[in-house]
Design a binder for this molecule. Structure first.
Ligand SMILES: NC(=O)c1ccc[n+]([C@@H]2O[C@H](COP(=O)([O-])OP(=O)(O)OC[C@H]3O[C@@H](n4cnc5c(N)ncnc54)[C@H](O)[C@@H]3O)[C@@H](O)[C@H]2O)c1
Length: 255
């Protein structure tokens, strides 16, 4: 038996990076996975490889959320897990962030998580389920070059607790938790490293030593936490912020 056998799971932003790793891990443990993304070529290729369902979805579009939920309910008749993962990282500080960048970042991260949580709660409140929101360690500490991103991730952290509180107060068997990854080896972090340190970090094997030196985690490190929260093993974990950063934010003096 898989750890999430038969559960119907949505993973947004699942064409690459953390979302892809989540989809692969959940499918390997028996979940029926619905992947969404705006990158249809990659998304469809991954879905085909793991036997998942794929739908085009721009998470910043409210109508698309309704289409997705209608598809899931008509095809599977239930939703057990939602992973609000899709994201973008605009590199700009308080002096350089434009209004357009601010609005786009909040739309992709915060509006999407709001719509996802709202529709998931409606779909899950009788049967129960698990909502997993991807925040970041930047929600817990200052980050000069990611102003809008930090604001969005902080909002996701607080929204998660508000959703958990609502479900508990109303007796809905729904858990809602946020995950706070440190730097993980994905395209998003490659772009950040190139911008901040001029480091070009590809996927090549010969870059492994550099990745270790930089203290990067692997997408599987996050997918393992997603799997745990999606499974019934996490039945007493609710409204929590799960930091997965190998101590980077909590161990004083750690580089
Ligand atoms: N990689 C890290 O170190 C790290 C750390 C903390 C938090 N996170 C968060 O984890 C999540 C995944 O990050 P990642 O590193 O895998 O990034 P990534 O850039 O590798 O992948 C992001 C995925 O989201 C998709 N996407 C972007 N905009 C979208 C939209 N509007 N609608 C639907 N899909 C969209 C992209 O096409 C891509 O497939 C993000 O929310 C990110 O903020 C990542």
């Amino acid at each position: 038996m898989g750890r999430v056998d038969g559960k119907v799971v949505i993973v947004t932003g699942a064409a690459q990076g953390l979302g892809e790793a989540d989809a692969r891990r959940l499918a390997a443990e028996g979940a029926r996975v619905v992947m969404t993304d705006v990158d249809d070529a990659r998304g469809q290729a991954v879905a085909q490889a793991i036997g998942a369902d794929y739908l085009h979805q721009d998470v910043s579009d409210e109508a698309g959320w309704h289409t997705l939920m209608a598809h899931v309910m008509s095809r599977y008749g239930q939703l057990d897990v939602l992973v609000n993962n899709a994201g973008i990282a605009v590199i700009a500080n308080i002096e350089t962030t434009t209004t357009e960048q601010w609005r786009r970042t909040l739309a992709v991260h915060l509006d999407s998580t709001f719509w996802g949580c709202q529709l998931a709660v409606r779909a899950m409140k009788e049967r129960g389920g698990s909502i997993i929101n991807m925040s970041s360690v930047v929600a817990l500490q200052g980050s000069s070059e990611y102003l809008a991103y930090a604001a969005a991730k902080g909002g996701i952290r607080s929204m998660t607790k508000a959703v958990a509180a609502h479900c508990r107060a109303n007796g809905y068997p729904i858990r809602c938790n946020s995950i706070h990854p440190g730097s993980i080896n994905t395209a998003m972090v490659h772009a950040a490293l190139e911008h901040s340190a001029g480091i070009k970090l590809g996927e090549a094997e010969d870059q492994e030593a550099l990745r270790l030196q930089l203290g990067l985690g692997e997408p599987l490190d996050i997918a393992n936490m997603v799997l745990f929260l999606a499974s019934d093993e996490a039945k007493h974990v609710n409204g929590a912020e799960l930091v997965v950063d190998n101590g980077a934010t909590s161990i004083f003096g750690m580089r």
